[in-house]
Unconditional design. Structure first.
Length: 138
């Protein structure tokens, strides 16, 4: 990657970080990332053929010293402030995709809330909505 990533690339980085933070990128999480990229308006102009390359770039960044912190800084600095709630919502969607938020994912979401200055009530509403969307009958 050369230079600053696009907003869409930064959002993909964020989703990869949330998925990978517990060292287990589940099929549900990967499928949800794909669905998000294919369907949400923020990705309308993004060329889906670049997803694998963008995810690979993110994984390379994660392997560097302080990788997750660097990715979160990149997201904060790339995504416009008015879209920070969107970024947080995408992260929550990925974390909730496998119906169980691991402690590492919850911790990363806490760090992200702080980094993006997401208000507590906004964060709670986003989390509640994601849980409702992913709930199913047993």
């Amino acid at each position: 990657m050369s230079g600053q990533p696009s907003i869409q690339e930064a959002l993909i980085y964020l989703m990869v970080v949330i998925s990978a933070v517990d060292r287990d990128m589940t099929d549900s999480e990967l499928a949800r990332i794909g669905d998000i990229i294919r369907t949400l308006p923020v990705f309308r102009s993004f060329d889906e053929s670049h997803v694998v390359d963008v995810a690979r770039q993110c994984q390379q960044m994660l392997q560097q010293e302080n990788g997750p912190e660097r990715v979160l800084d990149l997201v904060r600095d790339t995504v416009p402030v008015g879209m920070h709630d969107t970024a947080y919502a995408l992260a929550v969607e990925v974390a909730a995709a496998d119906l169980h938020v691991e402690p590492e994912e919850e911790r990363m979401l806490q760090i992200l809330r702080s980094r993006l200055q997401i208000e507590p009530l906004v964060a709670a509403a986003i989390g509640r909505a994601a849980r409702a969307r992913h709930r199913h009958f047993s």
